[in-house]
Ligand binder design. Structure first.
Ligand SMILES: Nc1ncnc2c1ncn2[C@@H]1O[C@H](COP(=O)(O)OP(=O)(O)OP(=O)(O)O)[C@@H](O)[C@H]1O
Ligand SMILES: [Mg+2]
Length: 236
């Protein structure tokens, strides 16, 4: 694997609220995630996992510290350039799939295609997502797992260099969760995108190259997994 640091975080701080109500959620965290890595971010509820993803995704400003993605220092970009960055570099996958209800599976993916100068071929993508047979159906006509596949397709079609996933299996049953994780593994291997997966599920760490754990505003773990296992072998 290419060992170039792709996502570099240095002394990142973020808090919410004024005066006595102020909570310092991220208290100066640092890490470096290599290009092409699958990284799992663990931590208890309220520890700041989504906050971290939102900062890296350029959805919220940091209070201080720096975020580098590739050659770009995010924390210095203007609003306009942030929009550009999100368009060009980033895919976002959430727990609840965020599909457009009156568009078909294929159309849901196609509306994200125009955002990129370099989109993936849609037929190939639909096949690798296991959605080819379902491409003309609407979201209410497919299962939760298929809806999440479609949401992943929306994030992937623009061929992002960074895929940020917030509890992507949080609403799915055991078998479907494993399928979605296997799909992420496949996407990482096929397209080489760097992936950050936020989860409560400790077992998922086994499929990651890097494990980050947040607690009380700090990374209490930042380790390389030397025994990466296939998603299909995970058990919990
Ligand atoms: N916009 C906001 N305004 C005020 N407080 C916020 C805001 N967003 C998050 N917080 C607070 O910041 C803390 C971290 O929230 P965050 O959503 O990042 O946690 P999380 O680790 O993703 O939790 P979960 O596992 O439950 O999703 C929480 O205490 C939350 O209440
Ligand atoms: Mg969260």
């Amino acid at each position: 694997m290419n060992r170039e640091a792709f996502l570099r975080i240095d002394n990142l701080k973020k808090g919410y609220g004024e005066g006595e109500a102020h909570v310092e959620v991220l208290q100066g965290i640092s890490t470096a995630i290599n290009r092409g890595e699958v990284c799992v971010l663990l931590g208890p509820s309220g520890s700041g996992k989504s906050t971290f993803l939102n900062l890296v995704g350029g959805l919220e400003p940091a209070d201080s510290g720096t975020i580098w993605v590739g050659g770009t220092e995010l924390t210095k970009l203007s609003d306009r350039n942030l929009v550009e960055y999100r368009r060009r570099e980033l895919g976002f996958v959430f727990q609840f799939y965020n599909l457009v209800g009156d568009l078909t599976v294929q159309e849901n993916i196609e509306v994200c295609e125009y955002l990129s100068e370099n989109p993936l071929p849609i037929g190939e993508l639909l096949r690798s997502l296991g959605l080819w047979e379902h491409r003309r159906k609407f979201p209410h006509q497919i299962s939760g797992g298929q809806q999440q596949r479609c949401a992943i397709g929306r994030a992937l079609v623009k061929n992002p260099s960074l895929l940020l996933c917030d509890e992507p299996t949080g609403a799915l049953d055991y078998n479907t969760s494993k399928e979605i994780l296997a799909l992420m593994e496949q996407v990482n291997q096929e397209y080489g995108c760097t992936i950050v997966i936020v989860t409560h599920n400790d077992a998922i760490r086994h499929m990651a190259h890097r494990i980050l754990r947040l607690r009380n505003g700090q990374f209490v773990e930042d380790s390389i997994n030397t025994d990466v296992r296939p998603a299909s072998s995970l058990e919990w």
